[in-house]
Design a binder for this molecule. Sequence first.
Ligand code: LLP
Length: 433
Amino acid sequence: MILYEHLQVNELGHLTIGGLDTVELANQFGTPAYIIDEDVVRASCRTYRNAVQKHFGEQSYPLYASKALCFAQMYRIAAEEGLGIDCVSGGELYTARAAGFPAERIFFHGNNKTDKDISDALDMGVGTFVVDNVEELGALSCAAASRGIKQRILLRITPGIDPHTHKAVVTGNIDSKFGSAIATGQAMEIVKKAIESDGVELVGLHCHIGSQIFDIEPFEDAAKIMVSFIADIKRELGYEIKELNLGGGLGVKYTQYDREIDYAEAIEGISQIVLHACEQNGVATPRIFIEPGRSLVAAAGITLYTVGSVKEIEGFRNYVSVDGGMPDNPRYALYQSQYTALIANRAADPATFRATIAGRCCESGDLIGEGMDIQRAQRCDILAVLTTGAYNYSMASNYNRIPRPPVILVKDGKARVAVRRETYEDIIKNDVL
Ligand code: LLP
């Protein structure tokens, strides 16, 4: 096993995913390629769904934050597993609907929905809008009222939690482009406005404190603050908030140094905090939702590349260049995110070669990682980067006019294309020649 159970080494010394030889997958589908183990995605969906229903009640379900990995069949998987989804753009909504995802289970996010986004989403019958600001509230209320609808909404609220220094800085991130802060009084203002707006029905509140968080405490703190705000709304405005969406953000193991989180246990912990806080504040327990993205899909995915060159610069470092890079995985360039990588065709060999894995773009910051311990590499080797299921394909670009890799789904020992590899024709299809 390498990091996760679905990644093993076979008798040829090749890395396997979902029982399939990655060297054969690279031959069959070419590189770079994203390979996603569908059984692992489905298992994570079930873990979340079972825990959410057990601890938050039968009417609750997890909402898949689809920005993490978005393509038509992913929405189909989420629908089949009984999840709702979080969409943040017209493009995500369009993909979800094209895949037949039920509109009433869509939560439409975003801090700057255009009039067109709003009207398209209303036309689709999107179940819930998560309203970010007063301008959006006004525009949505008008658009809904003109259609004779009362649109179900949640309001995005900033509880003022800094997930990394939460103990010291309880109002740390009031300074955010998202939502309305409780501490500034803007949250109560938008609640009042929403109650008075004709075209919307305020059913609940939403907060999201961050991403790749291992500590459960900031979630619990956020839950307590939100419940206490629900009590304030009841006391000051006599209005009952029925739903509370606590966002996503639970962390994922990318390297051997990361912890593995027991998501079911985390959900149980959060539910106990909410129940207790409701009791203390004298409010009815709301229907609770959570919105995981990364932790549903990251571990399921790997990216396969072909090594092109191995440059050993004496006294400096070793560069292993691969046929992808920041266009398919911008996360090291953006956040110095850490990954685990290995030579898939010699996966059983010791990882004694310290390498900087470089992409093929025309800039030196195009790296997948630095100081990565892999097997000795040579041209034509297959390099696998693990835990790339989240925020890789969904953040991919065509920088340097490099076509995006395909997404291959592995299930029951078979592999199939879920998103085709882009072609050069795709790349110039909107150019006016
Ligand atoms: N809900 C809301 C409102 C969000 O903004 C996000 C993530 C999620 C849920 C899901 O969070 P997760 O469970 O995936 O942590 N591109 C960055 C991550 C950005 C996360 C944005 N919002 C990365 O590659 O690390």
